[in-house]
Write a protein that binds this ligand. Structure first.
Ligand code: NAP
Length: 310
């Protein structure tokens, strides 16, 4: 009998966790992947990665579940009201990824205005060598950047863009104690913005918050940057707005049906497309992994979470 076989299984891994997190969970808690869990009784903690959905069916399948520990700050993959109804607590990984995601949001704003990745494609295609000219880009200094969702990441991204000389405006459900200009709706924010940066949570409360009306308010010279969740933007409306020249371009780290990106987007040169890499640095992912372990430890030792949701 292996030592692990003698330990009661209290933790299970759900979804696509990174290999080093899997290893940590296996070494520390002998936590199997869901598919390898022979008997779900006695499992009171589920560690969730890769945006795996956890709804009533997944909770039913773990009858002794008491805590869901999510690898990621966004927790729209978890039915939190249902968990709460069952007395199951939920944690996420706020703060430790704020800088990395804010960096990426700011970089996407700079990229859509300056055409950095478009210029890279221009060189690689041989267009430069053939004597063709890149169209002139736009200054970041003086551009109005509208942050939709001025939370931890939105605030950090706004500070970075202010350092570039951009003028920051924002909309959240409530005005914040900041010097930046507040707008009472997404449409009004978009109307004032050269670049609209989406940094709200996903989930039912923000589904298609950026719709055709918001895109039209952004206008033919405006850019959309989405680093939040694909669900927050009406992707069909975005494609139509790009195809009809009703907005100037977009920078997207997230999509409605990841990892599938609409072919029509793949074929466009006025969009920057990233594979959901907002927090994808070694340092940040390790910090997220450590916070996941801290939450599991705290729950197993004291019945508390370090970073509970809500
Ligand atoms: P946060 O601190 O909770 O900020 C979210 C902000 O959105 C809050 O300030 C909230 O402000 C605002 N908000 C919520 N619902 C809104 C609505 N209906 N309309 C307008 N504003 C709304 O969260 P965070 O740590 O900054 O993370 C934000 C999101 O970024 C995550 O939930 C996740 O979806 C996304 N994210 C993406 C990546 C990536 O790899 N691309 C990585 C990490 C996170 P009010 O409460 O005042 O409205």
């Amino acid at each position: 009998m292996t030592p692990d076989a003698q330990r009661p299984v209290r933790v299970v891994q759900l979804g696509g966790l990174m290999p080093f997190v899997r290893q940590w969970l296996t070494e520390r808690y002998a936590a199997p992947a869901r598919a390898d869990l022979a008997d779900p009784t006695g499992v009171d903690v589920a560690v969730v990665g890769g945006g795996a959905k956890v709804g009533p069916a997944e909770m039913d399948a773990l009858p002794d579940l008491r805590a869901i520990v999510n690898f990621g700050v966004g927790h729209d993959n978890i039915d939190v009201p249902e968990a709460t109804r069952r007395g199951v607590v939920v944690s996420n990984t706020p703060h430790v990824l704020t800088d990395a995601v804010a960096d990426l949001a700011a970089v996407l704003v700079v990229d859509v205005l300056r055409g950095v990745t478009a210029a890279d494609r221009f060189v690689r295609s041989g267009a430069w060598a053939r004597g063709e000219k890149m169209p002139l880009a736009r200054d970041v200094r003086g551009a109005v950047v509208g942050v939709l969702g001025l939370g931890r990441i939105g605030t950090a991204a706004a500070a970075r863009l202010e350092a570039f000389g951009a003028e920051v405006h924002y909309h959240s459900r409530s005005a914040k104690d900041v010097a930046w200009t507040y707008h009472p709706s997404p449409v009004e924010l978009a109307r004032a913005s050269d670049v609209l940066v989406v940094l709200t949570p996903g989930g039912a409360g923000t589904e298609r918050l950026v719709d055709a009306d918001v895109l039209d308010a952004l206008g033919a010279d405006g850019y959309l940057v989405n680093v939040a969740r694909g669900s927050v933007v009406d992707e069909d409306a975005l494609l139509a707005a790009l195809e009809q020249g009703r907005i100037a371009g977009a920078g997207l780290d997230v999509f409605a049906d990841e990892p599938h990106v609409p072919v029509a987007l793949l074929q466009r040169d006025d969009v920057v497309l990233l594979p959901h890499v907002g927090s994808a640095t070694t340092q940040t992912r390790e910090a997220m992994g450590r916070l996941v372990l801290d939450n599991v430890d705290a729950f197993l030792e004291r019945g508390e979470l370090v970073t509970p949701v809500g």
